[in-house]
Write a protein that binds this ligand. Structure first.
Ligand code: SF4
Length: 168
């Protein structure tokens, strides 16, 4: 059985100052601290990986969903009116590459982000981001920073050894 031991996490959630406004969005959660101390976190900022600077104008998905952007049916446009879809798509692809490299099945991503936002954000109700959608479509369980306990449960399930079969 494959033992899965890494978790993808948004860089701004672990204190990296990579947000559009040049700030971080660090969360102080015991589970994140534990994963960090165990070396389980793979930290990515898809917007920076896609080539965008810090700081940068905020952006949003226009007239469609993240999946529409992935399918070329909608755009990501920044506050200056520039089409930044290629950078967002590049960042999402880089996130997927990290997932494949480390065989990751669980991600904890920043809500309210056009890149990282999980599909169902029970607490804030914003739309899904591009990387979150791409990961979800590739079998990754994506959670927001308000659902870390759920992420831990999903992760623990993946890490379980198979039960011993009875001998006969
Ligand atoms: S793209 Fe994701 S990791 Fe980067 S700043 Fe935005 S929410 Fe944080």
């Amino acid at each position: 059985m494959l033992i899965v031991n890494k978790i993808l996490v948004s860089a701004c959630l672990v204190g990296r100052a990579v947000r559009y406004d040049g700030r971080a969005a660090a969360i102080d959660h015991p589970i994140i601290r534990q994963w960090q101390s165990e070396g389980r976190l793979v930290v990515v900022c898809p917007e920076v990986l896609g080539g965008l600077p810090v700081p940068r104008p905020p952006a949003q998905i226009r007239e469609g969903t993240a999946q529409d952007v992935l399918e070329g049916k909608a755009l990501v446009v920044n506050a200056k009116g520039e089409d930044v879809s290629p950078q967002y798509l590049g960042g999402a692809a880089a996130g997927l590459a990290a997932v494949r490299k480390h065989r990751i099945r669980v991600a904890v991503l920043k809500t309210q982000s056009p890149s990282c936002g999980p599909q169902e954000t029970n607490h804030r109700g914003s739309g899904e981001g591009l990387m979150a959608a791409l990961l979800r479509l590739n079998g990754v369980a994506v959670f927001g920073e308000y659902d870390i306990e759920l992420a831990a449960k999903a992760f623990a399930g993946l890490d379980l050894e198979p039960p011993e079969l009875p001998r006969c």
